[in-house]
Every structure is written in C-alpha cells, then in structure tokens.
Design a protein around this ligand. Structure first.
Ligand code: ATP
Length: 607
C-alpha cells in the first residue's frame, strides 16, 4: 500500500488539451455522495452482500450496523403514489415517448424523495392496471433484429422489448420500482441485448447471450431477475437468484447495480458472507467464494430459481480452473425448474456447447454483432515499437502529447505492473497499480479511488479486463499485447461504454508478430484502419492454442530494476566462473597428486 500513498503528487496534464476531461474530476458533491453510497448505506437503507464484507471498508460496517439491527435487509420505502411514474392507467410505448420530458422531471423528483424518506417498506405493487403488450408480428420482430444486428436462435422466441416503459405491462410485469429506477438514470430505450434477453428470461427461457462490451448485459439479467422473483421471500430456506462472476471486483459492481434497481421496492435481501442464506433473495459471488461457502455448508442453493453466469465464457472455458468449481455450484443448484443464463462479450462454439449441456433444451441464443467482435465505439490503434524500451518511450510520448484520462494500462503479469509503475510514476501522474495478489481491501481502495477520479492512470493485469464499468475511461493502453483475441476484445472494451467514444492503443514488437494477426482482424472488422501485412502474419491453429496459454518472456521495463537484475546476473556469472575455475584447479591438483602417488608406487615397486 505504500506505493499508493505516493500517488497524490501534482498533475502534469495540459489543461488546454484536457480541459473537458479535467472538469470531470473537479470535486463533485453528487458524484462523491453516490460513491460513498457504494460502501456506506444511505439513510434507512441497509444491505448486505456476500462480497461487501471486504468491499466495505471499515467506515461502512459500523454505520451499517447502527442503522439497522438485523443488518441484512434493504428497507427503502416505495414512492408515494403522487410521485409514481406509472400512475397512468394506460402507459403504452407511444405515451411514454411523448411524455419523455415530463417523466424525467417526475422521476428526478421521485428519486429525490426516495433519498429523503426512511419509512417502512410498502405493500406489494399491483401490476394489473397496465394494458398487456400487443402481440408482435414475426415480420416486425425480424425487422428489429436486423436493425440492431441481432442474431436470435431458438424456437418460439418471445418478442423483443423496444422501450423500458413496456416492461411493467403484462406479460412482462417487471416491478414498477425497477423501471422507475431505470428512468432516474435516463435509461429509456433498451440496448439490443436487453431488448431480447429480458423478455426471454422473464418467459423462463434459458439464455445464451453474446453482445459487445459496454452494451448493458448486467441490466439484461438483473431486470428479469426481479420480475422472476416477483417479491422478496423472507421464508425461503436459501437464496433464490445466484449470479456468478469471475472476479470479486465485478461481483461488487453487479451487486451495486442490483442495489440500484431494488431502491424503492420491498425488503429485498442480499446474502452477506458467512451469514445463513435463509430468507435471502439474491447472491452475487465468485466461484471460489461460493465453493468455499458450499463446502462449509454456509449457503443453500437448492432454492435457486435463476442462475446467471456473467462473463460466462471465462467460467465455462475448459482451459481455466473454473470449470470443476462451476460443476460443484451447478450440482448445488438442484432446482430442476431454474432458469439458467450465460452472458459474455466473446463466446466460442465450444463454450456455447459446454454451457448448453446444463441448460434446458432449446435455450434462446442471442448474438449481437458477432462472437468475438470489439466495440465499434472504440477507436483502435496497433502501434509498432521496436522493443520493450520502445514501449516505455511510446507511453511517455502518449502522456506528453496529451492522454485522455482516466487511462487503464494492461500488462501481462503482476511483476510488470510494478515495473511499469516504477518507470512512469516519476512523471507526476496520479498513477497506481492493481493486481490479484493485493488484499481485497487494497484492491477496493484502488478501484474506489479510480472511480472517484483520484487515480488518473491505473496499471493492471487481466484482473480488470472483464466486465468492470469505470465511467468515462478515455483510453486503454495494451502495453503488452493480449495473449488471446478474446482478452483483446474485453480489454479494449473498458472504454467506449454505453455509447461513449474511446481510444484503445495496443503496442507490439517484432516478438509479438505471431499474436498480431487475430487481433488485427478484430480491429479491422470493427472499423480500424489496419495495414494488410498485419493480417497476413498468420500462424496455424495449434500454434495459436500454444500461444494463448504461454506468457512471453520480456525484457524488464524498469530501468533501475533492469540494471539491478543485470548486475546480479553478472555477479552470478562471475561467481559461477570462479567456482568453475576453482573446480578446474582442484581437478588439476588431484590429477597431479594422483600422478605423484603413481610415481611413488612405481618407485616403491622399483625398490
Ligand atoms: N439501456 C441503457 N441505456 C443507457 N445506458 C445503459 C443501458 N443499459 C446499461 N447502460 C449503461 O451501460 C454501461 C455498461 O453496462 P454493463 O456494464 O452492463 O455492460 P456489459 O455489456 O456488461 O459490458 P462488459 O462486456 O464489459 O461486461 C453501464 O454504465 C450501464 O449503466
């Protein structure tokens, strides 16, 4: 942690270049308040999660306990009826569109009101006052799919949803508070993956969805989760919805989104680590944490009604260590009627087949754009650097010429996060590093500070390559070229999120040529101007597989460390040479002694 304390040094960004970006980081009370709320529940709101025992920060825990005695419930009052967005009896799509301005004002008022109240939870919402959604013709469905580059497979596919206001209407019946909350964020129109995945899951169909990074997959499974669960069930013996994510950081982020959606609803409960799961509704966790809870019999998954694998290709990839753990979890989710869903931005056919083996027959398969395609809102550049030192020079040049902060830099190993941190920290940047060997408290602190804009440049490993939604990341730099095309898609997808534009720069040297072609292909397909020679550097499939699991050896990028390691190596070589010399001398000495002995023997024989 000492390294992080050195980060609050002055900035050296050019204000004329970064004026707009810097404004984002000026103290913003509203943003700070919402940041604080991630770990510190607001008035009248208490929520526990399986992860927040470590996310939570020492400051949050005592507040939490003092605000609620039985610390495991969200207790937010529903909106007063005068502020309900859905008070109109006929809240159709057209009406919603024309009332857009009015709604957003009412929604802001409603949100403010929720913040201020601290009363008991409301009675269940009545949904019958909404008119049912009209049936959609097959032709209209196909038009929507075409318009949004959606490929949808499966039989009897539920009609896509074109506006969030339709969600409250039968047969979807999403709780009103969920939709109210979407409107407070000005989310009115679903993204393509949401359009199709939400109705499919609500109709209890298993779903396999592959859609670009930053296209709203989290809400695509959380919204139907609330519709499927309908009401909190304090009598349930175990959790009813389970979301599995590959990293703790992502699990915490998903919980935050769930927390956002359940505001204003009834007393939904999220599981806290170590607590009994009795009477709890939702659990978001990593496979490792879950497996350990299952082993200790601290979690009952037999009641799970909806099981979601976020970043599912990582969890279902048989080249990773997750698969046996995932098997244990699936075995524990013994309810045969559960709905199973997998969401990702990159899905190979092998992963799809693996996942389908635990789903009901005929799941709805949704692919937006392609199986491994980069987000088109990200401007992608592949930059040749002569060698490792050339990469350091290139990073410095980027910073000097005016980088768009916040910036995320990916390297291939934990060691290299430290090396690069030491190499660029002297440039007066608010720079930090994060990797999986840090404690969860340290990681939380870095992530929070990055979110708050206190850290401008964050150096990381694959740990943050997937799922993490940092608002406003302007630039991603692949300092070390990713090992796989999938990793490339996820890494560059940390920018250009939710319709915003971003820049992703990938450095490569002559040593990286074998890895370049598939990445260049993805960049080209998403509109980057890629030179043909890069696409022609193909390797065969076998070699491609080898490369994907082999981290290349690279020269140390930190000058001090390189000199030190170089000196140590020279020292070791000198000592080895000396030892060899000594050994040689010893050998010669003993040969001579042997010869002398032989001579003596001969002398003796002569005698
Ligand atoms: N319908 C919507 N309209 C506008 N913004 C949205 C909508 N749905 C989600 N968002 C926003 O888009 C951003 C990205 O969403 P999310 O993190 O779910 O993306 P993702 O598809 O899961 O990305 P990744 O593949 O990287 O995990 C979030 O900030 C979210 O609030």
């Amino acid at each position: 942690m000492d390294s992080f304390r050195s980060l609050s040094v002055g900035l050296s960004f050019d204000k004329s270049v970064h004026g707009d970006d810097m404004k984002r980081f000026l103290p913003n009370k509203k943003a700070s308040a919402s940041m604080t709320s991630l770990s510190a529940p607001r008035d009248g709101v208490a929520f526990d999660t399986i992860q927040n025992h470590h996310a939570g920060t020492s400051a949050s825990a005592p507040q939490h306990q003092s605000s609620s005695k039985s610390v495991s419930a969200i207790a937010v009052p529903a909106l007063p009826s005068s502020l309900q967005l859905f008070k109109k009896s006929n809240f159709g799509d057209d009406a919603a569109d024309s009332d857009a301005e009015e709604d957003s004002k009412a929604t802001r008022d409603a949100a403010d009101s929720v913040e201020q109240q601290n009363g008991p939870a409301n009675a269940p919402t009545t949904l019958s006052r909404h008119t049912p959604i009209k049936e959609m013709s097959r032709k209209h469905m196909i038009n929507i799919w075409r318009k949004h580059a959606l490929t949808v497979k499966g039989s009897d596919i539920p009609a896509p949803v074109e506006h969030f206001s339709s969600l409250v209407r039968p047969p979807l019946n999403v709780p009103e508070h969920v939709v109210n909350n979407l409107f407070t964020r000005a989310h009115r129109v679903p993204t393509p993956v949401q359009m199709q995945a939400i109705p499919a899951l609500i109709r209890r169909r298993d779903v396999l969805a592959c859609a670009p990074t930053g296209s709203g997959k989290t809400l695509a499974f959380l919204i139907p989760m609330f519709a499927l669960l309908k009401q909190p069930d304090p009598t349930s013996v175990g959790v009813r919805a389970l979301v599995i994510s590959p990293t703790m950081e992502l699990a915490v982020q998903i919980e935050r989104e769930a927390f956002f959606l359940l505001k204003g609803g009834n007393r939904w409960k999220l599981v806290q680590h170590g607590q009994s799961t009795k009477g709890k509704d939702i659990c978001v966790s990593t496979p490792g944490r879950l497996a350990s809870l299952i082993k200790q019999k601290l979690i009952d998954l037999s009641m799970v009604e909806i099981l979601v694998f976020d970043e599912g290709d990582k969890l279902w990839d048989d080249r990773t260590d997750f698969l046996p753990v995932v098997d244990t979890i699936i075995a524990a989710c013994s309810n045969p009627n559960k709905v199973v869903a997998l969401f990702t931005a990159t899905m190979s056919e092998r992963v799809e087949a693996n996942a389908m083996s635990v789903m009901h027959p005929d799941p709805v398969r949704i692919i937006v754009q392609g199986r491994t395609s980069a987000n088109k809102d990200v401007e992608q550049r592949l930059v040749f650097c002569t060698n490792e030192l050339g990469k350091v020079v290139a990073v410095r040049n980027f910073i000097r010429e005016g980088i768009r902060p916040p910036v995320l830099i990916f390297v291939q190993s934990i060691e290299r996060t430290k090396e690069l941190f030491d190499e660029i920290k002297c440039h007066g940047l608010h720079v930090a590093l994060i990797h999986s060997r840090m404690t969860s408290d340290e990681r939380d602190e870095v992530v929070l500070n990055f979110r708050l804009g206190k850290i401008w440049v964050l150096i990381t490993t694959e740990l943050l390559s997937r799922g993490i939604d940092f608002k406003g990341i302007g630039t991603v730099i692949n300092f070390d070229i990713p090992l796989t095309p999938e990793s490339y898609v996820h890494r560059v997808g940390r920018t250009g999120r939710a319709g915003k534009k971003g820049l992703a720069v990938t450095f490569f040297t002559t040593d990286d040529y074998e890895r370049l072609a598939p990445i260049a292909k993805i960049a080209k397909e998403s509109g980057a101007p890629i030179e043909d020679w890069m696409l022609e550097l193909k390797v065969n499939k076998k070699r491609e597989r080898e490369l994907s699991s082999k981290t290349p050896l690279r020269m140390i990028v930190n000058t001090e460390k390189r000199i030190m390691v170089g000196l140590q190596r020279t020292d070791r070589r000198l000592r080895a040479a000396e030892r060899e010399k000594e050994a040689e001398k010893g050998k010669k000495g003993s040969k001579k002694r042997n010869r002398d002995d032989d001579d003596n023997d001969e002398d003796n024989e002569d005698e």
